[in-house]
Design a protein around this ligand. Structure first.
Ligand code: PLP
Length: 357
């Protein structure tokens, strides 16, 4: 009775909470607030998408609108464009790197209640300015949420810029080994997180489980060393690709040629493990390149110790019309790379033999 009435803390049922899950939540909250002097609460979920669903359904109501950037993880894009509209929640998808345009849109539509950011974004590696956008959003009383999956708290701390919520697909760099799907929603309004958001999480049922939380805790122990090595290797791979005659363009914010280079320097410790590049030969060159890889892995996920590559035009975005894909910056010869922590010579040797000059 004391537990049910809230008089005494304690565990009752695993969908509501578990000590291992609680430990993982506390560790990620500590990383995201390190040095900031603030307190946040995290809720671990079964996946990144489950965390995003709790965020949207816990904070928005019919008639509300979300403003977001056009380069967004495909699942999030589909959630806001295909699922949420049936609950009366719609999205304005724009280029949030254009601050004047963002301001004009927000001023012109009082139904906009949330600014949803993802930086660096999947799969284009575009970055948006967390400080400026969060300031703009706060001037108009918007909720600000940021997907920090690609950066991790080691490289970037969005709470520094006054965002209200952070989301991670912990499946990626936080776990680091591709051993468990997971997600977390962190919020700086403790009362809201403890009450409404906890209730929404428990009732939607996207809870994690103790074993996945245990694997996540093991992975987090090596976050700093992994991220340092990922970023070092990514810079080397970007430099190698930039010089290669089969490559038309390299998208890596660590390169001065990237349009978001300065934003990434401003808000990130290092530019991260993710990059993409365009092969000159289009779709067939992409397919041939992927088929020739020997050590690096062809797969859609990211954030593991291994170098993982995907060719959106023949894989994740196969069924999307060409014009539609190009609107999102996905060209036929685009290859996305999660640069792993293997020996850098091994990675470059494999890429070199797979690229045709
Ligand atoms: C940036 C980003 N956010 C969210 C997700 C969704 O996470 P999950 O697959 O754990 O549901 C992904 C998955 O790839 C992602 O890349």
């Amino acid at each position: 009775m004391r537990r049910f009435s809230g008089e005494e803390e304690g565990y009752i049922y695993s969908r509501w909470g578990n000590p291992t899950i609680f430990e993982a939540e506390q560790k990620i909250a500590a990383l995201e607030t390190f040095g900031l002097g603030i307190e946040v609460k995290g809720i671990l979920h079964a996946s990144g998408m489950a965390a995003i669903s709790t965020l949207m359904l816990g904070t928005l109501k019919p008639g509300d609108k979300i403003i977001t950037h056009f380069s967004l993880y495909g699942g999030t894009d589909e959630l806001v464009t295909k699922i949420l509209p049936s609950f009366g929640i719609t999205a304005i998808i724009t280029d949030l790197r254009d601050l004047n345009k963002a301001e004009a849109l927000i001023k012109g539509d009082k139904a906009i209640k949330m600014m949803y950011l993802e930086t660096p974004a999947n799969p284009t590696i575009q970055c948006v300015d967390l400080e400026e956008l969060s300031r703009l959003a706060k001037q108009h009383n918007l909720i600000v949420a940021c997907d920090n999956t690609f950066a991790t708290p080691y490289l970037q701390q969005p709470f520094r810029y006054n965002v209200d919520f952070i989301i991670h697909s912990t499946t990626k760099f936080l776990n680091g080994h591709g051993t468990a799907i997971g997600g977390i929603l962190l919020g700086n309004d403790i009362e809201l997180m403890k009450n409404k958001m906890t209730k929404v999480h428990r009732l939607l049922g996207g809870n994690s489980n103790p074993f996945d939380a245990f694997l996540l805790i093991q992975g987090i122990k090596t976050l700093e060393v992994r991220m340092e090595r990922h970023c070092h290797n990514a810079m080397e791979v970007a430099g190698f690709l930039e010089e290669h005659s089969a490559v038309a363009k390299v998208n890596y914010t660590g390169l001065a040629s990237h349009p978001d280079h300065y934003i990434s320097i401003k808000q990130m410790r290092h530019p991260g493990a993710m990059l993409s590049f365009e092969l000159k030969g289009g779709i067939q060159a992409g397919i041939d390149f992927m088929n020739r890889l020997k050590m690096c892995v062809r797969t859609v996920s990211l954030g593991t110790c291994d170098t993982l590559l995907s060719h959106p035009a023949s894989m994740t975005h196969y069924s999307i019309p060409k014009e539609e894909k190009e609107k999102y910056g996905i060209t036929d010869g685009l290859i996305r790379v999660n640069v792993g922590i293997e020996n850098i010579q091994d990675i470059i040797t494999d890429l070199e033999q797979a690229l045709v000059r």
